[in-house]
Design a protein around this ligand. Structure first.
Ligand SMILES: *Cc1c(COP(=O)(O)O)cnc(C)c1O
Length: 395
């Protein structure tokens, strides 16, 4: 292989042992707690290291970590039992009582709850900022601001953030930048090249890609790795070999899956754009959508998750739309092979920047089904919505 293999080649090869002829392509699944040592010297050598005991990881988990770190250009990766635990572990590792955290107002809601309850209890203050703030974040920096957290695009509201501008300001003030990079995956946003210090993914979503496991990953630079890893190990964070194997197996097809998710999302947003009930489409990859210029500048692709803001609708009309879907499932997740639809109202989460839309938000995950079938399902749904609206108007 040449010195700089392309992403697609890394996806196929990284984390495999190339030096063993006759060995299987994939790593074995290690199920382990106890590790045995040949003699006292070997036991003493392992003592205190991740190689002493099962919790420190196995060849299966390390294969996945190596592949993920390589893909995003990180120094090292650490696997956690969920995306949320990757976020909370990272924040707790870098913040101390008395510190100040700047948090995007578009953040995944459970992250917000963690800041408002646990970080608050530990004496760490969180200030929420307008996701579109860019270099203006300088006005919110305090002497004790240790970290700025970004999520771009937000997984419910899809604002794209100017991460290079935010990172420059943060670093000038001695703060680090943590990012929830789940939407773009390591393939479509090269976080470390844009100034991010800690990149976090819910591997539950596209990385594993099959809706059959929960996992998170923390990716860091070499300078932050020792500090975060020390804390990560103290917390006892670990994942099973079975889950690591499944996630690695999912990862191999990430690039081809994302291409299709992206293509299907474009087909669906083209359809939504023609419906009179639609007020705005929140898909940064779509020309005319909010954040398109920044997305074009910084991202190399788009995944299949987007938002559709409707004009205000009666509750009965929304129920008629959503309760009869057959191709789309309703569920609080995304990133698997299946299409999902979710109704949400982002306004109630926001504190820094008011949500500008009055109507309901549909969050759509374009899965790998044929777009004609998805569109037929949506067409039938919008007919039900229109019929229910007529009944409302007549009564
Ligand atoms: C789902 C999700 C998480 C949390 O991941 P879990 O594995 O469900 O804990 C974090 N951030 C974003 C953007 C997500 O969509």
């Amino acid at each position: 292989m040449n010195a700089m293999p392309s992403t697609d080649t890394v996806l196929a090869h990284e984390g495999r042992k190339h030096d063993q002829l006759g060995a299987p392509v994939n790593p074995p699944v290690y199920r382990q707690s106890t590790l045995l040592f040949e003699n006292l010297d070997a036991l003493k050598t392992a003592s205190g290291t991740p190689n002493a005991y099962g919790r420190g990881g196995s060849p299966t988990t390390r294969a996945l970590e190596t592949a993920l770190a390589r893909l995003e250009g990180a120094h090292r990766a650490m696997l956690t039992p969920s995306g949320l635990s990757a976020i909370t572990t990272s924040l707790l590792a870098v913040l101390n009582p008395g510190d100040h955290l700047l948090m995007t107002d578009s953040v995944y809601d459970p992250t917000r709850t963690f800041c408002n309850e646990t970080l608050m209890r530990l004496g760490i203050e969180t200030t929420y900022y307008d996701p579109a703030i860019g270099a203006g974040i300088a006005s919110l920096m305090r002497p004790n601001t240790r970290a700025v957290f970004v999520e771009s695009p937000g997984s419910l509201t899809f604002e794209v953030q100017d991460i290079p501008a935010i990172s420059r300001v943060a670093h000038r003030h001695g703060a680090i930048v943590l990012m929830d990079n789940t939407w773009a995956t390591p393939l479509y946003f090269r976080s470390f090249e844009h100034g991010v210090d800690v990149s976090i993914h819910a591997a539950t979503k596209y990385i594993s890609g099959h809706s059959d496991l929960l996992m998170g990953v923390i990716l860091t630079t070499d300078s932050l790795y020792p500090k975060i890893n020390r804390f990560y190990r103290q917390l006892g964070m670990t994942v099973s070999g079975d889950d690591a194997y499944l996630a690695l197996r999912g990862l191999r097809t990430l690039s081809v899956r994302l291409e299709r998710h992206q293509r299907n999302a474009h087909a669906l947003t083209d359809w939504f754009a023609r419906q009179p009930e639609v007020a705005e489409i929140l898909y940064p990859a779509r020309p005319g959508s909010p954040g398109h210029a920044l997305w074009q500048r910084d991202f190399t692709g788009a995944s299949g998750l987007f938002g559709v803001v409707l004009h205000p609708q009666a509750e009965e009309a929304m129920r008629a739309l959503l309760d009869g879907m057959t191709c789309f499932g309703m569920g609080y997740s995304w990133g698997g092979f299946e299409s999902l639809i979710l109704r949400s109202s982002p306004a109630r989460y926001r504190t820094a920047k008011q949500w500008p839309w009055a109507g309901p938000l549909l969050r759509i995950h374009a899965g790998l089904e044929h777009p004609d079938d998805m569109i037929a399902d949506l067409e039938a749904g919008f007919l039900r919505l229109r019929a229910a609206t007529m009944v409302q108007m007549e009564s």
